[in-house]
Design a protein around this ligand. Structure first.
Ligand code: ADP
Ligand code: MG
Length: 292
């Protein structure tokens, strides 16, 4: 496995963003360790990364609550192969409580599904979203990790969840359009006072070198112009097994555990679980490990 170490290992002093803080309705941070996964652009593999990450963490003994927070374009139920009868839309309509929509997934994973194709979900206002997040936080209080699959782009729906989470993972592909959208999102988050240092995952990379070049460029531009440090979490390969797993509606870590994509996902899951909950890295990048 090629070792990727894209961010210098030397500890630099944290610098505060020079940009003025824009007023923003901060959401309450749930007590449970919360990791939001987002992207500047859609179709970069974010939901597949989240689904496989959750299942891999579950396989390692963690209790994970997975929230489909891509309101209006939800698909984690399809990727996990579960068939929820009720979802967040039902909660918003007042038809049931949040506890009723929690759906058992693969071992260790509980899904909070959202609906698709209904504008009411994508237009949830700050107050309602804040209430939902608080409820989700208390519902997941017994879990080890709360994983949020957010929408893509830089809408308030995305930025509010990204800012509320303890940790933020940005998924991108090594394409110029993805680069521009990831940088654009980072710029908006930095202007809103993003406190955490996001981890960047380069997905569907043709080679580790491609991913390395991409992540290095993003990290240095972000450091220079946004005064924001981003960690490279390495790359996930382009892998036809992932596409087959989507067709089967079974996450790649279950359907094709030996595939390159699944192996990298397990490394990422193990690395995140071993990280201290305050976000401080305890080791090298996930990819420095031997294949599981
Ligand atoms: N690493 C990969 N290798 C091969 N295909 C991929 C990979 N990542 C994503 N894809 C393809 O991209 C599609 C969209 O992925 P998805 O996770 O739904 O994206 P997003 O949530 O970012 O919109 C997948 O269904 C799959 O066909
Ligand atoms: Mg998605």
């Amino acid at each position: 496995m090629t070792e990727l170490r894209l961010v210098p290992k030397t500890k630099t002093k944290r610098t505060l963003s020079a940009s003025p803080r824009v007023h923003f309705t901060a959401l309450p941070r749930p007590g449970v360790r919360t990791i939001a996964v987002t992207s500047g652009k859609g179709g970069v593999g974010k939901s597949n990364v989240v689904a496989n990450l959750a299942v891999a963490m579950g396989q390692m003994g963690a209790s994970v609550v997975l929230v489909d927070a891509d309101f209006g374009h939800a698909n984690l139920d399809l990727l996990l192969g579960v068939n929820p009868r009720l979802d967040l839309l039902s909660v918003l309509r007042g038809e049931c409580d949040l506890a009723h929509i929690v759906t058992e997934g693969p071992p260790g994973v509980r899904l909070i599904p959202a609906g698709s194709g209904d504008a009411r979900l994508s237009e949830v206002d700050d107050v309602r979203r804040e209430g939902l997040l608080r409820e989700i936080g208390s519902l997941a209080s017994d879990a080890d990790v709360l994983l949020l699959d957010t929408a893509s782009g830089s809408s308030r729906q995305v930025t509010s969840l990204a800012l509320a989470a303890h940790e933020l993972l940005l998924v991108t592909t090594p394409e110029p359009t993805s680069y521009a959208d990831t940088y654009g999102l980072l710029k908006i988050l930095a202007a809103h006072g993003l406190g955490s240092e996001p981890g960047v995952i380069v997905n569907a990379a043709a080679s580790p070198e491609d991913a390395e070049e991409f992540a290095h460029r993003l990290a240095s531009v972000s450091r220079r112009f946004l005064r924001k440090r981003v960690h490279s979490l390495g790359y996930l390969p382009f892998d036809p097994a992932l596409q087959r797993s989507v067709q089967k509606q079974e996450p790649a870590v279950l359907a094709y555990p030996k595939s390159p994509f699944a192996q990298q996902m397990r490394k990422l899951a193990a690395w995140l679980l071993e990280r201290s909950p305050d976000g401080a890295p305890v080791g090298d990048t996930p990819w420095d490990r031997e294949c599981a």
